[in-house]
Ligand binder design. Sequence first.
Ligand SMILES: Cc1cc2nc3c(=O)[nH]c(=O)nc-3n(C[C@H](O)[C@H](O)[C@H](O)COP(=O)(O)OP(=O)(O)OC[C@H]3O[C@@H](n4cnc5c(N)ncnc54)[C@H](O)[C@@H]3O)c2cc1C
Length: 398
Amino acid sequence: MDFSFSRADEEFRMMVRDFFENDYPREIIALLERGASPTKADYQTSERAMAAKGWLAVNWPKADGGTGWSANQKYIFDEELERAGALNVVPMGLLYVGPVIYTFGTEAQKQKWLPGILDSTTFWAQGYSEPESGSDLASLQCSATPDGDDYIVNGTKIWTSLGQHADWIFCLLRTDNSGKKQEGITFLCIDMSTPGITVNPIITIDGKHTLNSITFENVRVPQANRIGEEGKGWTYANYLLGHERTSYAHVAGKRKLISNIRVTARATKVDGRRLIDDPAFQRKLSELDVRLNALEITVLRTLASVADGGAPGNESSILKVIATELAQDITEVGMEAFGLYAAPAFPDSVAPDWTRNMPLPANAASSVAHYLGNRAQSIYGGSNEIQKNIISKHLLGL
Ligand SMILES: Cc1cc2nc3c(=O)[nH]c(=O)nc-3n(C[C@H](O)[C@H](O)[C@H](O)COP(=O)(O)OP(=O)(O)OC[C@H]3O[C@@H](n4cnc5c(N)ncnc54)[C@H](O)[C@@H]3O)c2cc1C
């Protein structure tokens, strides 16, 4: 397999770089550099700038409003986006439910939901997990009971990312309890303004409000909002999860983080010696570089395998594990560089004097939140232990 980029790819890269350097909103890049959390309006500003170029639905087929780009072009676009420090798209609409709608939805459903995703007017949330159903997702019990042309939805979804901003939520719901647990699950799209829905915030260890629990109390949802067949939601859910897990790579973003750590380690002196000159620290950075290169090749292989519009297979589980473990380890090494700057701020600190007058480097303020927030990466999208089970069952034939 040839992973080198052609001359045309490199020209494409220059065009994308030019966009991010000259036409993409600077205020969004500045906001992320400060480590601030984007608001809904910030996401829309960012996504609309990309939509104006026709570059928002990077992975969608052209016929459905996507770019129709090759696997290499998509990869280059993501690389340039992260290299510029721009904001990644909200995945729930563009990466998760969008492909489900254009693959399994009716023409009417495509017309109803895809335009709002494509111009970033409609925000979606993912309603899979429940208080008693996470890894064992198929045991979910939040129910949808048929009633005339509608379903009546009752139950609780939890860990719903950005649910506080959502206009719509796609849910896996129990419509039948009589057979195997994977059967009798139905994929339903629900308008978040429907009476009976309550969004309750969950504040995480990084001090941010990203997560929510959402309760549904006798919520009336038209059956016309069901994707595909009743009871077949598990099939659509798995198709979606393949796309979700493949989206975690963020190779260029990781490269930028490692580069930030290097910059800080060059400027940081520990007892008079530059941190970057510490052989043990250098070795850790080199190991991160090597693992990042291996991740990049794995991503390119996965992209090549879905280049003709197919769904990612079980290799997306491998990608998820190595990408998220690497993300966690990068932020951990980052704490060694940035953490020193926090020492004098602790109450009753006995940190040495040389730590007191060090100017705070860019990215230091957000590094702890980043480190803590990244712990969740090996949990969401199906925990890494579950991915390892999938790998052993399907790839090793166990
Ligand atoms: C930041 C964040 C964002 C999220 N966003 C969303 C969202 O938008 N929408 C949504 O629906 N969900 C979301 N989730 C939920 C996420 O998918 C679940 O947390 C995840 O699937 C794990 O489920 P659980 O939390 O119930 O843990 P559990 O399933 O209770 O697992 C607990 C521990 O046991 C281990 N374990 C469980 N079963 C096995 C097994 N068979 N073999 C080996 N180990 C096992 C797990 O790996 C884990 O370490 C999010 C979670 C987080 C942390």
